[in-house]
Every structure is written in C-alpha cells, then in structure tokens.
Design a protein around this ligand. Structure first.
Ligand code: SF4
Ligand SMILES: [Zn+2]
Ligand SMILES: [Zn+2]
Length: 301
C-alpha cells in the first residue's frame, strides 16, 4: 500500500482518518498534532522552563525528544528532564539507563530523584511490608509528589507528562464508570497555585501505537519492558473495550477525549478548585491538612 501523501510504501494505516502513511509522513502528522495540542491548550509560554517527566519508556522518551525538537532553538525556553527512581528492582534501573542515554544524546539536563532519599523507603520495601493499597496507589501518589517537588526546586514552570491518547481515553472511561465526575473535570489543568507546577500532556492526541512507531522511526533508546507491578484489572478491561470499539468504530478514542474536553469546561464551576495549603508535615501543597504522600506513609507531625 502506498502512502497517501507520496509514492513511498506506507508503514501505518490510521483507521480514524482513512490514511496510509509512510514513515516520513507519519512523523510529520504526529508532530503537527502535538504542535496543535500545545497551542490549543497553551502548554508552553514565554520564558518557560519545562520539566519533562522521563521514565525511559516510549511515551516519555518520545515526549522529551519532541519537546527538545520543537523548542531547543527558542532562547527563552529551557527543557529539562526529571526521572523518579521508585526503587523497583529488576525494572527501573534498566529504564533509567535508557533515560540517561537519551538525555545525553540530546544534551538535556537530567535530574534523578529517588524514593529512598525522599521518603526513606523504596516502593519494593513498601510492597514487601504489605500496604493497605496496591503498589500503583503508593507509587502514583509518591511519584507525583516527588516530581512536583523536584520540578519546583529545579526552577521549572511547567511539568510535561507523556500520557498518550489511549491512556487519556481509558482514564476518562474509568472516571465515568466509577461515577467520579470530579476527577473527570480535574483531568484538565487547573489554575496556577502556590507550590504546584502546572502539568501538561502534549501527547494526549497521539494514539499509543503511533507513539511507539515514532520512537522506532527515530531510533530512540527506549525501554519497552513492563513494570512487574503493572496490573490493574479495571484499566485492562477498559483498554480492551476501547480497543475493540476503536476497531469497529474508528475514532472512538478521540470522541471519548473530546467529550471530556467539552464536559470539563462547564462542569468546572460545579467543582471549584480547592485553595491549596501547605502540608503540615512535609510542606508540599495539599487541599487538606496533610498531603496524600504523608498519609500513605503514615507520617506523623
Ligand atoms: S505500574 Fe504501578 S508500580 Fe509500576 S511504575 Fe507504574 S504506577 Fe508505579
Ligand atoms: Zn509519504
Ligand atoms: Zn506531606
């Protein structure tokens, strides 16, 4: 099959657009969409220092590569990378090696923060103790906390994360299935709050498969291994359901994401953003008295 835009052999078919694309035109299409997403949601402003959360996996590696490509010639914009080492043996060391290789190749400053130094414990140790919640609940909350803190202390004004279209559509559906409209609204960035770095998701309009193809086409050093704790029954079911719908009704994932965009704006008034305080234990921003990380770790005043 030939590419829709030139005579070369296509490497990818986009069922949602009906287009067969060669490697060159797939890259061009992805970069055009990412630029549009960044503009549409004002994800980059003048004099920004953008910290890219870099795990070494395909999504965050593509995100860092793209942000560097799009902005490294802007003298007022700085791109840095932040990786979090949660302490997951047999997994994180490998992905961090890929992250280091990529940042060195691009000449991007790379900061690595780890759970052990910040919290005095690794994720493996938390799991071994048998916490009340699953590993991902601890990991997600503690990583978010540490990413925000590290980004702020590095002088970053924004934090870009590598969530792709599939991740976002799954999260929208999961929030709907749980009836959690507040979280659905919170998926869109809120307003600037003291101590909290605004997060953005420049890959939200790129299907997961295309992110992987981008990484392969560009020959990025990417780790495709999976975290040993990665198991969420409900996310797996939602992913299968959306993939099944996407095959039979191309464009479903985009429709799900657009619904979230349309719902979030008017519903924002029903769920006003809480004014954040400083956690009484660690000083990080939180809606209550004690932040989620301190609660999970059982820290006391
Ligand atoms: S799968 Fe869960 S435990 Fe593993 S890195 Fe992701 S959030 Fe952390
Ligand atoms: Zn082409
Ligand atoms: Zn705290």
């Amino acid at each position: 099959m030939k590419c829709k835009k030139c005579n070369k052999t296509a490497i990818h078919f986009q069922p949602y657009s009906g287009a067969h694309l060669c490697g060159f035109h797939l890259i061009e299409d992805i970069e055009r969409k990412v630029k549009h997403t960044i503009r549409q949601h004002s994800m980059v402003g003048r004099n920004d220092t953008i910290a890219v959360a870099l795990s070494g996996g395909k999504d965050s590696s593509v995100l860092l590569y793209l942000m560097h490509k799009l902005f490294h010639q802007r003298p007022d914009i700085t791109i840095i990378a932040i990786s979090i080492d949660e302490g997951i043996s047999g997994y994180r060391a490998g992905t961090l090696e890929h992250a280091k290789e990529l940042t060195q190749k691009l000449g991007v400053e790379h900061i690595i923060a780890n759970f052990k130094d910040e919290y005095g414990t690794t994720l493996d140790e938390i799991v071994a103790k048998g916490g009340e919640k699953g590993p991902c609940s601890y990991c997600g909350a503690l990583r978010k906390h540490l990413l925000n803190k590290t980004a702020r202390e590095s002088g970053a004004t924004r934090l870009a994360v590598g969530h792709n279209l599939d991740d976002e559509a799954q999260t929208v559906m999961m929030n709907l299935l749980r009836g959690d409209v507040e979280r659905l609204v919170r998926m869109s960035p809120g307003c600037v709050q003291p101590g909290l770095i605004l997060r953005s998701k420049p890959l939200r309009d790129i299907p997961e498969k295309e992110v992987a193809l981008y990484a392969l086409q560009k020959g990025l050093p990417v780790d495709f291994s999976e975290c040993p704790y990665a198991y969420s029954a409900i996310r797996g079911e939602v992913r299968d359901m959306l993939n099944d719908f996407e095959v039979r009704h191309p464009g479903t994932k985009y429709s799900v994401l657009r619904s979230q965009d349309k719902l979030a704006e008017p519903l924002r008034h029903s769920f006003p953003q809480a004014v954040l305080n400083q956690c009484s234990i660690c000083g990080e921003p939180t809606a209550g008295d004690t932040c989620q990380s301190c609660k999970l770790l059982g820290r006391k005043d």
